[in-house]
Design a protein around this ligand. Structure first.
Ligand SMILES: NC(=O)c1ccc[n+]([C@@H]2O[C@H](COP(=O)([O-])OP(=O)(O)OC[C@H]3O[C@@H](n4cnc5c(N)ncnc54)[C@H](OP(=O)(O)O)[C@@H]3O)[C@@H](O)[C@H]2O)c1
Ligand SMILES: [Zn+2]
Length: 421
Protein backbone atom coordinates (compact mmCIF):
# COMPACT_ATOMS: atom_id res chain seq x y z
CA UNK A 1 0.00 0.00 0.00
CA UNK A 2 1.24 3.45 -0.81
CA UNK A 3 1.36 5.64 2.25
CA UNK A 4 1.09 9.37 2.02
CA UNK A 5 1.22 9.75 5.75
CA UNK A 6 4.97 10.13 6.29
CA UNK A 7 5.54 13.19 4.20
CA UNK A 8 2.14 14.68 4.84
CA UNK A 9 2.63 14.29 8.58
CA UNK A 10 6.04 15.84 8.20
CA UNK A 11 4.54 18.62 6.12
CA UNK A 12 1.88 19.21 8.74
CA UNK A 13 4.41 19.19 11.58
CA UNK A 14 6.89 21.47 9.93
CA UNK A 15 5.04 22.88 7.01
CA UNK A 16 4.44 26.01 5.04
CA UNK A 17 1.41 26.85 7.14
CA UNK A 18 3.41 26.50 10.32
CA UNK A 19 6.15 28.66 8.93
CA UNK A 20 3.55 31.39 8.40
CA UNK A 21 1.99 30.75 11.80
CA UNK A 22 5.34 30.57 13.62
CA UNK A 23 5.83 34.17 12.62
CA UNK A 24 2.42 35.12 14.01
CA UNK A 25 3.25 37.58 16.76
CA UNK A 26 3.00 40.96 15.12
CA UNK A 27 4.64 43.77 16.99
CA UNK A 28 2.18 46.38 18.27
CA UNK A 29 2.69 49.80 16.70
CA UNK A 30 4.42 52.22 19.06
CA UNK A 31 1.77 53.73 21.31
CA UNK A 32 -1.03 51.55 19.90
CA UNK A 33 -2.79 48.36 20.90
CA UNK A 34 -2.68 45.28 18.69
CA UNK A 35 -0.53 45.11 15.57
CA UNK A 36 -2.15 46.38 12.39
CA UNK A 37 -1.24 44.17 9.47
CA UNK A 38 -3.14 46.00 6.76
CA UNK A 39 -0.75 46.71 3.89
CA UNK A 40 0.93 50.09 4.01
CA UNK A 41 0.02 52.52 1.26
CA UNK A 42 2.69 52.25 -1.43
CA UNK A 43 5.01 55.19 -1.12
CA UNK A 44 7.13 55.93 -4.19
CA UNK A 45 9.64 58.61 -3.32
CA UNK A 46 12.03 60.16 -5.76
CA UNK A 47 15.03 57.89 -5.97
CA UNK A 48 18.35 59.60 -6.04
CA UNK A 49 21.66 58.25 -7.13
CA UNK A 50 23.12 58.14 -3.62
CA UNK A 51 20.26 55.97 -2.44
CA UNK A 52 20.77 53.66 -5.42
CA UNK A 53 24.48 53.42 -4.71
CA UNK A 54 24.06 52.30 -1.10
CA UNK A 55 21.12 50.04 -1.92
CA UNK A 56 23.27 48.30 -4.56
CA UNK A 57 25.78 47.50 -1.79
CA UNK A 58 22.98 46.15 0.44
CA UNK A 59 21.73 43.89 -2.38
CA UNK A 60 25.26 42.71 -3.14
CA UNK A 61 25.71 41.67 0.48
CA UNK A 62 22.34 39.94 0.60
CA UNK A 63 23.57 37.61 -2.16
CA UNK A 64 26.08 36.07 0.31
CA UNK A 65 23.17 34.26 1.96
CA UNK A 66 22.12 32.34 -1.16
CA UNK A 67 21.74 28.64 -0.39
CA UNK A 68 22.10 29.23 3.36
CA UNK A 69 19.06 31.27 4.46
CA UNK A 70 16.19 29.61 2.61
CA UNK A 71 13.24 29.43 3.18
CA UNK A 72 13.96 32.94 4.45
CA UNK A 73 14.73 35.66 1.92
CA UNK A 74 18.27 36.93 1.32
CA UNK A 75 18.60 40.37 2.88
CA UNK A 76 21.44 42.88 3.12
CA UNK A 77 21.66 46.09 5.17
CA UNK A 78 24.01 49.08 5.11
CA UNK A 79 24.13 51.83 7.76
CA UNK A 80 25.28 55.20 6.44
CA UNK A 81 26.24 58.33 8.37
CA UNK A 82 27.45 61.56 6.79
CA UNK A 83 27.78 59.79 3.45
CA UNK A 84 30.02 57.01 4.85
CA UNK A 85 29.19 53.35 5.43
CA UNK A 86 29.58 52.78 9.16
CA UNK A 87 28.00 49.34 9.42
CA UNK A 88 26.89 46.48 7.18
CA UNK A 89 25.47 43.03 7.49
CA UNK A 90 23.46 40.33 5.80
CA UNK A 91 21.21 37.48 6.82
CA UNK A 92 23.77 34.67 6.97
CA UNK A 93 21.81 31.53 7.80
CA UNK A 94 18.27 30.37 8.47
CA UNK A 95 17.38 31.01 12.12
CA UNK A 96 20.30 33.45 12.53
CA UNK A 97 20.14 37.22 13.08
CA UNK A 98 18.56 39.28 10.33
CA UNK A 99 20.60 41.69 8.19
CA UNK A 100 19.61 44.81 10.15
CA UNK A 101 20.78 43.27 13.44
CA UNK A 102 24.05 42.12 11.82
CA UNK A 103 24.60 45.66 10.53
CA UNK A 104 23.93 47.20 13.96
CA UNK A 105 26.29 44.66 15.56
CA UNK A 106 29.02 45.54 13.05
CA UNK A 107 29.10 49.19 14.25
CA UNK A 108 32.21 50.23 16.13
CA UNK A 109 29.88 51.85 18.64
CA UNK A 110 26.08 51.64 18.77
CA UNK A 111 26.14 55.45 19.13
CA UNK A 112 27.00 55.60 15.43
CA UNK A 113 23.49 54.39 14.61
CA UNK A 114 21.92 57.57 15.97
CA UNK A 115 20.76 59.74 13.09
CA UNK A 116 22.05 57.26 10.48
CA UNK A 117 20.26 55.98 7.38
CA UNK A 118 19.66 52.26 6.99
CA UNK A 119 19.50 50.79 3.47
CA UNK A 120 17.73 47.44 3.56
CA UNK A 121 17.05 45.26 0.51
CA UNK A 122 13.73 44.04 2.01
CA UNK A 123 11.24 45.67 4.35
CA UNK A 124 12.35 45.20 8.00
CA UNK A 125 10.26 42.66 9.87
CA UNK A 126 7.80 43.73 12.53
CA UNK A 127 7.01 40.39 14.17
CA UNK A 128 8.66 38.06 16.66
CA UNK A 129 9.70 35.11 14.51
CA UNK A 130 12.90 33.21 15.18
CA UNK A 131 14.48 36.57 16.08
CA UNK A 132 13.06 39.82 17.54
CA UNK A 133 11.66 42.39 15.10
CA UNK A 134 14.18 44.43 13.12
CA UNK A 135 11.95 47.49 12.71
CA UNK A 136 12.05 47.89 16.50
CA UNK A 137 15.83 47.30 16.63
CA UNK A 138 16.36 50.11 14.11
CA UNK A 139 14.07 52.48 16.03
CA UNK A 140 15.70 51.61 19.38
CA UNK A 141 19.16 52.25 17.93
CA UNK A 142 18.11 55.74 16.83
CA UNK A 143 18.21 55.26 13.04
CA UNK A 144 16.43 58.28 11.57
CA UNK A 145 15.81 57.18 7.97
CA UNK A 146 15.20 53.77 6.46
CA UNK A 147 15.43 53.13 2.72
CA UNK A 148 13.81 49.89 1.61
CA UNK A 149 14.06 48.27 -1.83
CA UNK A 150 10.79 46.36 -1.64
CA UNK A 151 7.98 45.53 0.76
CA UNK A 152 8.01 41.99 2.17
CA UNK A 153 5.00 40.00 0.88
CA UNK A 154 5.31 37.61 3.82
CA UNK A 155 1.79 37.74 5.30
CA UNK A 156 2.96 38.75 8.77
CA UNK A 157 5.04 41.67 7.48
CA UNK A 158 3.40 42.96 4.30
CA UNK A 159 3.82 46.69 4.92
CA UNK A 160 3.69 46.41 8.72
CA UNK A 161 7.44 47.04 9.13
CA UNK A 162 7.24 50.28 7.15
CA UNK A 163 4.16 51.36 9.07
CA UNK A 164 5.92 50.66 12.34
CA UNK A 165 8.90 52.79 11.33
CA UNK A 166 6.69 55.64 10.17
CA UNK A 167 4.64 55.56 13.36
CA UNK A 168 7.90 55.84 15.32
CA UNK A 169 8.84 58.99 13.39
CA UNK A 170 11.44 57.37 11.13
CA UNK A 171 11.55 58.73 7.59
CA UNK A 172 11.04 55.93 5.04
CA UNK A 173 11.70 55.62 1.33
CA UNK A 174 10.42 52.55 -0.47
CA UNK A 175 11.20 51.20 -3.93
CA UNK A 176 14.90 51.99 -4.46
CA UNK A 177 16.25 49.30 -6.85
CA UNK A 178 13.03 47.37 -6.39
CA UNK A 179 13.47 45.27 -9.53
CA UNK A 180 16.99 44.21 -8.56
CA UNK A 181 15.76 43.27 -5.07
CA UNK A 182 12.87 41.26 -6.51
CA UNK A 183 15.20 39.44 -8.90
CA UNK A 184 17.40 38.51 -5.97
CA UNK A 185 14.56 36.81 -4.13
CA UNK A 186 12.38 35.35 -6.90
CA UNK A 187 12.34 31.86 -5.32
CA UNK A 188 11.26 33.30 -1.94
CA UNK A 189 8.58 35.40 -3.65
CA UNK A 190 7.24 32.37 -5.53
CA UNK A 191 7.12 30.27 -2.36
CA UNK A 192 5.29 32.97 -0.36
CA UNK A 193 2.89 33.80 -3.17
CA UNK A 194 2.09 30.31 -4.54
CA UNK A 195 3.23 27.85 -1.86
CA UNK A 196 5.48 26.10 -4.44
CA UNK A 197 9.26 26.04 -4.83
CA UNK A 198 11.12 27.81 -7.62
CA UNK A 199 12.00 25.24 -10.28
CA UNK A 200 15.43 25.31 -11.93
CA UNK A 201 15.58 22.93 -14.89
CA UNK A 202 19.11 21.94 -15.73
CA UNK A 203 20.17 19.99 -18.76
CA UNK A 204 23.29 19.35 -20.75
CA UNK A 205 22.91 19.11 -24.51
CA UNK A 206 25.13 18.69 -27.52
CA UNK A 207 25.66 21.31 -30.19
CA UNK A 208 22.81 19.65 -32.08
CA UNK A 209 20.44 19.80 -29.11
CA UNK A 210 20.56 16.16 -27.92
CA UNK A 211 20.54 15.22 -24.22
CA UNK A 212 21.48 11.59 -24.93
CA UNK A 213 22.59 9.37 -27.81
CA UNK A 214 19.93 7.36 -29.61
CA UNK A 215 20.74 4.45 -27.25
CA UNK A 216 20.15 6.67 -24.19
CA UNK A 217 23.75 7.40 -23.10
CA UNK A 218 24.30 10.87 -21.68
CA UNK A 219 27.41 10.62 -19.53
CA UNK A 220 29.14 12.88 -20.26
CA UNK A 221 28.08 15.63 -22.58
CA UNK A 222 30.14 18.34 -20.86
CA UNK A 223 33.61 18.41 -19.28
CA UNK A 224 34.56 18.46 -15.60
CA UNK A 225 34.41 22.24 -15.14
CA UNK A 226 30.76 22.36 -16.21
CA UNK A 227 29.95 19.33 -14.05
CA UNK A 228 31.55 21.02 -11.04
CA UNK A 229 29.16 23.92 -11.59
CA UNK A 230 26.21 21.53 -11.54
CA UNK A 231 27.37 20.26 -8.13
CA UNK A 232 27.64 23.87 -6.95
CA UNK A 233 24.02 24.42 -7.94
CA UNK A 234 22.95 21.18 -6.26
CA UNK A 235 24.66 22.38 -3.09
CA UNK A 236 22.39 25.41 -2.80
CA UNK A 237 18.96 23.93 -3.64
CA UNK A 238 16.57 22.07 -1.33
CA UNK A 239 15.73 19.22 -3.66
CA UNK A 240 16.48 17.53 -6.98
CA UNK A 241 13.84 15.77 -9.07
CA UNK A 242 14.19 13.23 -11.87
CA UNK A 243 11.89 10.88 -13.76
CA UNK A 244 12.12 7.09 -13.81
CA UNK A 245 13.57 7.10 -17.33
CA UNK A 246 16.65 8.90 -16.04
CA UNK A 247 16.99 6.61 -13.03
CA UNK A 248 16.99 3.57 -15.33
CA UNK A 249 19.26 5.05 -18.01
CA UNK A 250 21.85 6.76 -15.81
CA UNK A 251 21.56 5.25 -12.30
CA UNK A 252 22.38 8.70 -10.91
CA UNK A 253 23.43 9.54 -7.35
CA UNK A 254 22.09 13.14 -7.38
CA UNK A 255 24.12 14.38 -4.42
CA UNK A 256 26.25 17.52 -4.25
CA UNK A 257 29.87 16.38 -4.36
CA UNK A 258 33.31 17.91 -4.77
CA UNK A 259 36.03 19.72 -2.86
CA UNK A 260 35.04 23.01 -4.47
CA UNK A 261 31.79 23.15 -2.48
CA UNK A 262 31.29 25.35 0.56
CA UNK A 263 30.86 23.41 3.80
CA UNK A 264 28.63 26.03 5.44
CA UNK A 265 25.35 24.53 4.36
CA UNK A 266 23.29 22.85 7.05
CA UNK A 267 20.11 21.87 5.18
CA UNK A 268 19.78 18.39 3.70
CA UNK A 269 19.29 17.96 -0.01
CA UNK A 270 16.29 15.74 -0.77
CA UNK A 271 16.25 13.56 -3.90
CA UNK A 272 12.86 13.04 -5.57
CA UNK A 273 11.85 10.51 -8.21
CA UNK A 274 8.56 10.84 -10.06
CA UNK A 275 7.17 7.32 -10.63
CA UNK A 276 3.98 6.44 -12.47
CA UNK A 277 4.50 2.75 -13.27
CA UNK A 278 8.16 1.74 -12.91
CA UNK A 279 10.09 1.92 -9.64
CA UNK A 280 13.84 2.12 -8.93
CA UNK A 281 15.57 -1.22 -8.35
CA UNK A 282 16.83 -2.09 -4.87
CA UNK A 283 20.37 -2.07 -6.27
CA UNK A 284 20.20 1.44 -7.73
CA UNK A 285 22.57 4.06 -6.36
CA UNK A 286 19.66 6.17 -5.15
CA UNK A 287 18.17 3.33 -3.11
CA UNK A 288 21.52 2.07 -1.80
CA UNK A 289 22.30 5.57 -0.46
CA UNK A 290 18.81 6.30 0.87
CA UNK A 291 19.82 5.99 4.52
CA UNK A 292 22.64 8.53 4.13
CA UNK A 293 20.79 11.08 1.98
CA UNK A 294 16.99 11.20 1.73
CA UNK A 295 15.20 9.78 -1.30
CA UNK A 296 11.47 10.34 -1.80
CA UNK A 297 9.37 8.61 -4.43
CA UNK A 298 6.42 10.64 -5.66
CA UNK A 299 4.37 7.67 -6.71
CA UNK A 300 1.25 7.37 -8.84
CA UNK A 301 -1.50 4.85 -8.09
CA UNK A 302 -0.25 2.27 -10.64
CA UNK A 303 3.08 1.37 -9.01
CA UNK A 304 3.71 -2.12 -7.66
CA UNK A 305 2.72 -2.25 -3.97
CA UNK A 306 5.07 -5.12 -2.99
CA UNK A 307 8.11 -3.52 -4.57
CA UNK A 308 7.14 -0.26 -2.90
CA UNK A 309 7.20 -1.93 0.52
CA UNK A 310 10.68 -3.30 -0.21
CA UNK A 311 11.84 0.17 -1.13
CA UNK A 312 10.36 1.57 2.07
CA UNK A 313 12.25 -1.07 4.05
CA UNK A 314 15.42 0.06 2.29
CA UNK A 315 14.93 3.55 3.74
CA UNK A 316 13.15 5.23 0.83
CA UNK A 317 10.29 7.60 1.64
CA UNK A 318 7.13 7.17 -0.39
CA UNK A 319 4.46 9.77 -1.05
CA UNK A 320 1.32 8.78 -2.91
CA UNK A 321 0.19 11.25 -5.53
CA UNK A 322 -3.49 11.16 -6.30
CA UNK A 323 -3.45 13.10 -9.56
CA UNK A 324 -3.96 10.86 -12.58
CA UNK A 325 -2.27 13.00 -15.24
CA UNK A 326 1.39 13.97 -15.56
CA UNK A 327 1.14 17.76 -15.25
CA UNK A 328 -1.22 17.50 -12.27
CA UNK A 329 1.28 15.14 -10.60
CA UNK A 330 3.88 17.86 -10.93
CA UNK A 331 1.65 20.44 -9.26
CA UNK A 332 0.74 18.03 -6.47
CA UNK A 333 4.41 17.18 -5.91
CA UNK A 334 5.44 20.83 -5.84
CA UNK A 335 2.65 21.69 -3.41
CA UNK A 336 3.97 19.04 -1.02
CA UNK A 337 7.52 20.36 -1.36
CA UNK A 338 6.27 23.88 -0.65
CA UNK A 339 4.54 22.63 2.48
CA UNK A 340 7.95 21.33 3.52
CA UNK A 341 9.28 24.86 2.97
CA UNK A 342 11.43 23.97 0.00
CA UNK A 343 12.38 27.15 -1.82
CA UNK A 344 14.42 25.82 -4.75
CA UNK A 345 13.94 22.57 -6.64
CA UNK A 346 16.40 21.51 -9.30
CA UNK A 347 14.93 19.47 -12.13
CA UNK A 348 17.53 17.19 -13.68
CA UNK A 349 15.50 15.46 -16.35
CA UNK A 350 14.81 13.68 -18.39
CA UNK A 351 12.81 14.73 -21.39
CA UNK A 352 9.41 13.37 -20.31
CA UNK A 353 9.47 14.79 -16.81
CA UNK A 354 10.63 18.14 -18.18
CA UNK A 355 7.70 18.07 -20.60
CA UNK A 356 5.30 17.59 -17.67
CA UNK A 357 6.85 20.53 -15.80
CA UNK A 358 6.60 22.72 -18.92
CA UNK A 359 3.00 21.65 -19.43
CA UNK A 360 2.27 22.56 -15.81
CA UNK A 361 3.99 25.94 -16.44
CA UNK A 362 6.37 25.32 -13.58
CA UNK A 363 9.81 25.78 -15.14
CA UNK A 364 10.96 29.09 -13.69
CA UNK A 365 14.61 28.99 -14.69
CA UNK A 366 16.64 26.96 -17.22
CA UNK A 367 20.34 26.24 -16.83
CA UNK A 368 21.38 25.05 -20.25
CA UNK A 369 24.84 23.53 -20.63
CA UNK A 370 26.10 23.24 -24.16
CA UNK A 371 28.74 20.54 -24.68
CA UNK A 372 31.05 20.62 -27.69
CA UNK A 373 29.84 17.35 -29.24
CA UNK A 374 27.44 16.25 -31.97
CA UNK A 375 25.27 13.13 -31.50
CA UNK A 376 22.81 13.29 -34.40
CA UNK A 377 20.04 10.74 -34.85
CA UNK A 378 16.27 11.12 -35.15
CA UNK A 379 15.84 8.90 -32.10
CA UNK A 380 18.25 10.86 -29.87
CA UNK A 381 16.20 12.90 -27.38
CA UNK A 382 16.08 16.67 -27.05
CA UNK A 383 15.71 18.28 -23.58
CA UNK A 384 11.91 18.44 -23.61
CA UNK A 385 9.71 15.59 -24.83
CA UNK A 386 5.94 15.33 -24.70
CA UNK A 387 3.66 16.40 -27.51
CA UNK A 388 5.10 19.92 -27.73
CA UNK A 389 3.28 23.01 -28.98
CA UNK A 390 1.79 23.64 -32.44
CA UNK A 391 2.20 27.39 -32.76
CA UNK A 392 5.33 29.44 -32.11
CA UNK A 393 3.11 32.03 -30.44
CA UNK A 394 2.26 29.41 -27.78
CA UNK A 395 5.92 29.19 -26.67
CA UNK A 396 6.62 30.31 -23.11
CA UNK A 397 9.02 33.27 -23.28
CA UNK A 398 12.32 33.20 -21.36
CA UNK A 399 14.85 35.96 -20.74
CA UNK A 400 18.63 35.50 -20.80
CA UNK A 401 20.10 36.17 -17.33
CA UNK A 402 23.72 35.15 -17.80
CA UNK A 403 26.04 33.26 -20.08
CA UNK A 404 29.53 31.99 -19.39
CA UNK A 405 32.15 29.84 -20.98
CA UNK A 406 33.32 26.92 -18.86
CA UNK A 407 36.40 25.63 -20.63
CA UNK A 408 35.11 24.25 -23.92
CA UNK A 409 31.47 24.29 -22.80
CA UNK A 410 28.89 27.05 -22.39
CA UNK A 411 26.29 27.71 -19.72
CA UNK A 412 23.28 29.91 -20.39
CA UNK A 413 20.81 30.79 -17.64
CA UNK A 414 17.30 31.83 -18.65
CA UNK A 415 14.36 32.91 -16.51
CA UNK A 416 10.71 32.84 -17.37
CA UNK A 417 9.80 36.26 -18.70
CA UNK A 418 6.57 36.84 -16.82
CA UNK A 419 6.14 40.36 -18.29
CA UNK A 420 5.85 39.00 -21.83
CA UNK A 421 3.31 36.28 -21.09
N1 LIG B 1 21.77 15.44 -20.75
C1 LIG B 1 21.07 15.62 -19.68
O1 LIG B 1 21.14 16.68 -19.05
C2 LIG B 1 20.15 14.55 -19.20
C3 LIG B 1 19.54 14.67 -17.95
C4 LIG B 1 18.68 13.68 -17.53
C5 LIG B 1 18.42 12.60 -18.37
N2 LIG B 1 19.03 12.52 -19.56
C6 LIG B 1 18.77 11.39 -20.47
O2 LIG B 1 17.38 11.41 -20.73
C7 LIG B 1 16.96 10.07 -20.95
C8 LIG B 1 15.77 9.82 -20.03
O3 LIG B 1 14.72 10.68 -20.41
P1 LIG B 1 13.23 10.13 -20.40
O4 LIG B 1 12.38 11.15 -21.04
O5 LIG B 1 13.25 8.78 -20.95
O6 LIG B 1 12.95 9.95 -18.85
P2 LIG B 1 12.48 10.85 -17.64
O7 LIG B 1 11.84 12.10 -18.05
O8 LIG B 1 13.61 10.89 -16.68
O9 LIG B 1 11.42 9.86 -17.04
C9 LIG B 1 10.16 9.73 -17.63
C10 LIG B 1 9.40 8.68 -16.86
O10 LIG B 1 9.18 9.12 -15.55
C11 LIG B 1 7.96 8.61 -15.08
N3 LIG B 1 7.08 9.70 -14.62
C12 LIG B 1 6.43 9.72 -13.43
N4 LIG B 1 5.73 10.82 -13.28
C13 LIG B 1 5.90 11.53 -14.39
C14 LIG B 1 5.37 12.78 -14.80
N5 LIG B 1 4.57 13.49 -14.03
N6 LIG B 1 5.74 13.23 -16.02
C15 LIG B 1 6.59 12.52 -16.80
N7 LIG B 1 7.10 11.32 -16.45
C16 LIG B 1 6.75 10.83 -15.25
C17 LIG B 1 7.34 7.87 -16.26
O11 LIG B 1 7.73 6.54 -16.13
P3 LIG B 1 6.76 5.46 -15.49
O12 LIG B 1 5.44 5.69 -16.16
O13 LIG B 1 7.38 4.18 -15.80
O14 LIG B 1 6.73 5.74 -14.05
C18 LIG B 1 8.06 8.43 -17.45
O15 LIG B 1 8.14 7.53 -18.51
C19 LIG B 1 18.11 9.18 -20.63
O16 LIG B 1 18.72 8.78 -21.83
C20 LIG B 1 19.04 10.07 -19.85
O17 LIG B 1 20.39 9.67 -20.03
C21 LIG B 1 19.89 13.46 -19.99
ZN1 LIG C 1 14.07 41.09 10.63
Amino acid sequence: MVVKAAMVAEAENFGFQEWIESEMNPLPKPGSGAGDLSPAPKKENAVDEIDKHFMATAIEMAENGRGLVEPNPMVGCVLVRDGEIVGKGWHQRFGGPHAEVEALRSLESIELAKGSTAYVSLEPCCHHGKTPPCAKALVDAGVSRVVVAMADPFPQVSGGGIQYLQAAGVETTVGVLREEAENLNLPYLKLVQTGRPWVIAKWAMTLDGRIATRTGQSQWITDQQARDEVHRLRARVDGIAVGMGTVIADDPMLTARGNHLSQERTRVLERFVFCRHRLPSLGSKLVLSAREAPVTLLAGAAVDAVHLDELRNAGVKVVALESPDAAAMVIEGLDLMGQNRMTNLMLEGGAELLASFFEAEQVDECHVYLGAKLFGGQAAKGPVGGAGIDQITDAVPYRLVSMDALGNDLRAVYRRDICKE
